[in-house]
Design a protein around this ligand. Structure first.
Ligand code: DGL
Length: 261
C-alpha cells in the first residue's frame, strides 16, 4: 500500500499553497513534498464551482499518476469548498486534507468579537461557508469580504507593489476600526498579510488556517503510521509552460518570514 517515504502532494491554483507548505515543513521537516500550482488555470476563485471541481480532479490525477503519493493536501480554500467531499469519496484510501477559513480560530480568540473573512467569490458563495458562518454568527457580525483581482496581483509577484497597496487600502477602508479579527480565507493572501495588518492596525488580529491544516496532516499521518523522518525535500511543478511560477514559489517558500507568517 502506502509507504513512509511516499510523497505528500500539496496543491493550489498557483503559488498560494506555498503559505501552507511553509507550515507543513515546520511540523513535518522529514517529509518529501511535491507542490503543484495550476497557474495556467489560475485564478480559480472567479470560476464556476463545476470548473473548479474539474480542474481540481485533473490536478490530483496528474499528481497521483506521476508520484507515489501517501497524502494529499488541498492547500486552496476554493478547491476545498468546491471539491473536498468528492475527492474524499473518489480517493477513499488516501489521506486527503483540505483548508477552510479559520473562522473558529478567530471566534476562539475573540469571543463575541466582529470578524471579517477575506476569500474568493467561490469560497464565500459555497454552502460550506454558510454552514461555517452559521456556527459562529451568534452575537457577532461576520463580514464576507471578496477580493477579486488580488490573487492575480500576487501571482504576478506584485505583493509589495504600490498597485497592491492601493487595491488593499480601497478594499479594507470600510472595515478599519470595525474588526476584532480578519481571517485570510485564501492561501494567497498571507503573502500580503503585512500590508493588510498595516492598513487595519494593531486592534485587528489577522489570521489564516495554514497552521491548522499542517497539524491535521501530521495527525492523520501519525494515525496511519506513515510519518517519515528523512532528509526532507520539496519539488515544485506547475501547469504553466514557463518557469515563472516555480521561481516565484521558491522565492516565497524561502521568504515567508518576511511576510509575517
Ligand atoms: N489560493 C486559493 C484559495 O485558497 C485560490 C486562488 C484562486 O482564486 O485561484 O482560495
Amino acid at each position: 500500500m502506502y509507504s513512509k517515504n511516499d510523497y505528500i502532494a500539496v496543491f493550489d491554483s498557483g503559488v498560494g499553497g506555498i503559505s501552507v507548505l511553509r507550515q507543513l515543513r515546520k511540523v513535518l521537516p522529514g517529509e518529501r513534498f511535491v507542490y503543484y500550482g495550476d497557474s495556467a488555470n489560475a485564478p480559480y476563485g472567479s470560476r464556476s464551482t463545476e470548473e473548479v471541481r474539474a480542474l481540481t480532479f485533473a490536478a490530483v490525477e496528474r499528481l497521483t499518476g506521476r508520484f507515489p503519493v501517501k497524502a494529499l493536501v488541498v492547500a486552496c480554500n476554493t478547491a476545498t469548498a468546491a471539491a473536498i467531499e468528492d475527492l474524499r469519496a473518489n480517493y477513499s484510501d488516501l489521506i486527503v486534507v483540505g483548508i477552510e477559513p479559520a473562522v473558529k480560530l478567530a471566534a476562539d480568540h475573540h469571543p463575541g468579537g466582529n470578524i471579517g473573512v477575506m476569500a474568493t467569490q467561490v469560497t464565500l458563495r459555497e454552502e460550506k461557508f454558510d454552514l461555517l458562518m452559521n456556527r459562529f454568527n451568534g452575537d457577532r457580525t461576520i463580514y464576507k469580504i471578496p477580493a477579486p483581482g488580488l490573487v492575480e496581483l500576487i501571482e504576478a509577484g506584485k505583493g509589495d507593489c504600490e498597485e497592491t497597496q492601493v487595491f488593499l487600502r480601497r478594499l479594507l477602508a470600510p472595515y478599519i476600526g470595525k474588526l476584532d479579527a480578519l481571517v485570510l480565507g485564501c492561501t494567497h493572501y498571507p503573502f500580503v498579510k503585512h500590508n493588510i495588518q498595516a492598513i487595519l492596525g494593531p486592534g485587528t488580529e489577522v489570521l489564516h488556517g495554514g497552521e491548522g491544516t499542517a497539524r491535521e496532516t501530521k495527525r492523520r499521518l501519525a494515525a496511519a503510521d506513515l510519518l517519515e523522518r528523512g532528509e526532507g525535500r520539496v519539488e515544485i511543478i506547475s501547469s504553466s509552460s514557463d518557469g515563472a511560477m516555480a521561481e516565484l514559489a521558491k522565492r516565497l517558500l524561502e521568504q515567508g518570514g518576511r511576510h509575517g507568517f
